[in-house]
Design a protein around this ligand. Structure first.
Ligand code: C5P
Length: 220
């Protein structure tokens, strides 16, 4: 890639899991490591982009030259994403957003009553951050999503592309242990309306540059 082929572009990347509060000490979440989003942020900064990384709770250092905004819940992720939207050229959603959150977070720690009876938690659907951004009147020129599937990744990615109004979807098969969630390597399929292209297995660093090469082709 050319040294600064993303200069003057503002790229906003969502990364990591979200945490949805049950009470002051407990939450619902998932095993997302944030590695793919952080790797993309580092690679985009290497290529001269202005990068805003909106990160859920993860154990990763902030890449050099990247502005990091920390969030916990899906609602905070949505608000922070919308705050960034008007100056954003390219929006990339790698975050593993919790699909549901507790309808109400208890104000005090929930106590067990020791009777052995069941406790029910009512969950409500979280907003879809990616779809909200992609269908917004202030939509960034380029909006990219990820699709973690356990089967028929390419077919589901095509559907996601249309349903969420995206320019491209990066599909991967998370049923494999060696790639995807938490791993340092990834094998993906770049899916657009005009076709698809597989890449890898490769390091997340190389996958990031492959994705940014293709984003560059999209915007030029
Ligand atoms: O629909 P699904 O969860 O498979 O879509 C995955 C893509 O959508 C990812 O890019 C993810 O970051 C994004 N997403 C989101 N907000 C949600 C759910 C998913 O931004 N609530």
């Amino acid at each position: 890639f050319k040294q600064a082929d993303l200069a003057n572009k503002h790229i906003v990347i969502t990364a990591g899991p979200t945490q949805e509060a049950i009470d002051p000490v407990r939450y619902l979440s998932n095993h997302s490591s944030g590695k793919m989003g952080f790797s993309l942020a580092a690679a985009a900064a290497e290529r001269g982009a202005q990068v805003t990384l909106i990160a859920g709770p993860v154990n990763l250092p902030t890449p050099a030259g990247v502005q990091r905004l920390d969030i916990r819940s899906a609602e905070q992720l949505l608000k922070t994403s919308l705050d960034c939207i008007s100056s954003c050229d390219i929006f990339i959603a790698t975050a593993a957003v919790a699909d549901y959150r507790p309808a109400e977070a208890a104000e005090q720690k929930i106590k067990k009553d020791g009777s052995g009876s069941e406790l029910s938690l009512t969950l409500i659907e979280n907003p879809d951050i990616l779809a909200t951004v992609a269908k917004h009147s202030d939509r960034p020129k380029t909006v990219i999503g990820f699709a973690a599937e356990t089967q028929q990744a390419e077919q589901y990615a095509q559907q996601k592309l249309k349903r969420k109004n995206l320019d491209a979807v990066v599909a991967n098969d998370v049923s494999r242990q060696d790639i995807g969630f938490g791993a340092d390597n990834n094998e993906i399929i770049w899916v657009t309306q005009s076709g698809s292209e597989p890449f890898g297995p490769a390091t997340k660093h190389d996958v990031s540059h492959f994705i940014l090469d293709h984003i560059n082709t999209l915007i030029h």
